[in-house]
Design a protein around this ligand. Structure first.
Ligand code: OMP
Length: 230
């Protein structure tokens, strides 16, 4: 039996089928040459967004439950915020599934890349975040730069960011030379504040369980170079 959760395996396999998870050689934003890449923009069909948002919703629900029983996890929140552009459909879909499958009712919001200077104006769309507890939803974190920008944007609008949820934590070192995700968790109140559906180690488990040894070796070599130690 796999040591992965059913929703983790479903997300990995649907991402590969959609071409959103690839193994090969890719240059990242940071300049690092990576043996894998996730392009969340390709997770774009009814069945795939069902898998993705179900996995986000299950991870959020598990984390809220953990916190309620005294373990590290997410505190209750009012609004799910998905930054433009890739976060927008995922935030909407996840809010829907939190309601339908987990009886957790929250609003959702997103931003524009360029401020609108007429009509209602501004950069925010959806449920107002001002004075609300907000969970930021994003796709991939490498050094943690993108997620920090999203957090900052919600704070600028008067929202209180209580946590963040990610599809993939690549488990690489961040700005301060330690785990990128732990650094963001510190910023948001401590351990458990940034749950993730998948970590790099889960992709490696999947490769191992599926006999893909050459890809696994490249992943290990990359992890030795840029991964969080310990
Ligand atoms: P950080 O901002 O360094 O955390 O990198 C995350 C961002 O890098 C994502 O928002 C993407 O723009 C991009 N990215 C991916 O989408 N998938 C990957 O597998 C790796 C990256 C990346 O460039 O590091």
């Amino acid at each position: 039996m796999s040591s992965l959760q059913t929703y983790q395996t479903a997300l990995i396999e649907h991402s590969m089928a959609a071409g959103a998870l690839k193994f090969g050689s890719f240059t990242l934003k940071s300049g690092r040459i990576s043996p894998y890449f996730v392009n969340a923009g390709l997770l774009a069909s009814g069945p795939v967004i069902d898998t993705v948002c179900s996995a986000y919703a299950a991870t959020i629900a598990e984390s809220l439950e953990a916190a309620a029983s005294g373990s590290p996890g997410l505190p209750a929140f009012d609004i799910l915020f998905g930054p433009a552009y890739k976060g927008i459909p995922f935030a909407a879909g996840t809010a829907l599934l939190l309601h339908r499958d987990h009886k957790i009712d929250v609003g959702y919001a997103y931003d524009r890349k360029e401020a609108k200077d007429h009509g209602e104006g501004g950069v925010m769309v959806g449920a107002p975040v001002k004075g609300k507890k907000v969970l930021v939803l994003d796709d991939v974190a490498t050094a943690g730069t993108a997620i920090r920008i999203a957090i900052e944007n919600v704070r600028k609008e008067g929202g209180e960011v209580v946590g963040a949820i990610l599809m993939l934590d690549r488990e690489e070192v961040g700005k301060e030379g330690t785990s990128a995700i732990e650094e963001v968790e510190k910023l948001l109140g401590g351990p458990g504040r940034v749950p993730t559906i998948l970590k790099m180690r889960h992709l490696m488990t999947w490769l191992e369980e599926n006999g893909r040894h050459a890809e696994l070796q490249s992943m290990q070599a990359y992890r030795d170079m840029y991964g969080v130690k310990g």
